[in-house]
Write a protein that binds this ligand. Structure first.
Ligand code: ZN
Length: 337
């Protein structure tokens, strides 16, 4: 379990999970899924520790770790492959910021909730709880949410539900009111950097900043993101960029990371101009200040709108290279004005 969750565990769950339906609200990418899984594992463990944590050595804990505990189910969003198979399983997303992510907004379709029915109708295999964790619970579509609501309204004896969300307002009010609600804290900046150091090394702090402070999203950036950033940022952060050299390399610029970098850089320029601080490109604070000083903030706002509109088209550009060149040309015009 992440150390920023230790205090809330000690405070709320010394005797394990007692609520029949629990709604955990936590910031995106803050490790809350681990917390929910630990809670479920503790509820199934034959010999939990005195602090309520799972023992990690009994048969139930070993089954749980192997992903084969018969009294446990984890429900999550449909993957991109599932979405392809089922066109109703995903809708366009214009908010996802990163490379891998998510040309479609993933949802939890009804069959994932229906698949819980066998667990609900059978008795517990191990004579203890049956536990369901629903990650990204806000991603349930209406049919799935209604099917779950039915289960929450008439839960079989011994069945427990843990719903996890970063966006509780997107859940049906009737689902929210059936659950005991608990807000989990996210990590402090230092805690997040400490965790990221093992995968990101010296760039851990910058990686965290690139996601706007969500450690769980850092892995989604991917190496292509860093390659594009290395190519692009030295150019964007110059007072007089060498656009000809950039134009020759636009085929190397993948659109999702390009757009993410342009949007965050645009945010930073505006932020630097208005507040003197940057949020994303914390290694380029001085450069952002120098560039932003020469730009009319209104032009930056217009360019930002242009980038938002571009995000809606990013999946279907007629010509990716022209699309990238167009975005960069607009930037050149804004910064030259
Ligand atoms: Zn155990």
């Amino acid at each position: 379990m992440n150390k920023w969750h230790t205090a809330i565990w000690t405070e709320q769950f010394p005797g394990g999970l007692s609520a029949q339906s629990l709604l955990l609200v936590a910031p995106r990418g803050s490790g809350a899924t681990d917390f929910a899984r630990t809670l479920a594992k503790a509820g199934l463990c034959a010999t939990p520790e005195t602090n309520g944590l799972p023992c990690d050595i009994c048969e139930d804990c070993r089954w749980f770790d192997a992903g084969s505990h018969p009294d446990f189910r984890l429900v999550d969003v449909a993957t991109a492959a599932d979405a392809k198979a089922d066109p109703d399983a995903a809708v366009a997303d214009d908010t996802a910021p990163t490379e891998k992510a998510k040309r479609v907004r993933p949802i939890i379709p009804i069959d994932r909730i229906r698949a819980l029915e066998d667990l609900m109708h059978l008795a517990s295999h191990r004579g203890r709880a049956r536990i369901v964790v629903i990650d990204h619970a806000h991603a349930m579509n209406t049919a799935a949410a209604n099917a779950l609501l039915k289960m929450l309204e008439e839960p079989p004896a011994g069945a427990q539900f843990i719903l996890l969300t970063s966006q509780p307002a997107r859940l049906l009010p009737t689902i929210r009111s059936r659950c005991l609600r608990l807000t989990l804290p996210g990590p402090s900046r230092d805690e997040a950097i400490e965790v990221l150091a093992s995968s990101e090394g010296g760039r851990a702090a910058l990686a965290l900043d690139q996601t706007g402070g969500s450690p769980g999203m850092v892995a989604e950036l991917g190496e292509r993101f860093w390659a594009v950033r290395e190519m692009l940022m030295p150019v964007l952060s110059q007072r007089d960029p060498d656009w000809i050299s950039v134009a020759g390399r636009t085929t190397d610029l993948e659109l999702p990371p390009l757009l993410h970098l342009l949007q965050t850089w645009c945010f930073d320029l505006l932020s630097s101009r208005l507040t003197g601080a940057v949020r994303y490109h914390t290694d380029l604070g001085r450069e952002a200040a120098a560039v932003s000083r020469r730009i009319d903030p209104l032009d930056l706002c217009r360019y930002d709108s242009r980038l938002r509109a571009a995000r809606r088209l990013i999946d279907h550009p007629l010509n990716a290279r022209l699309f990238a060149e167009d975005l960069l040309l607009d930037y050149a015009q804004v910064t030259a004005s």
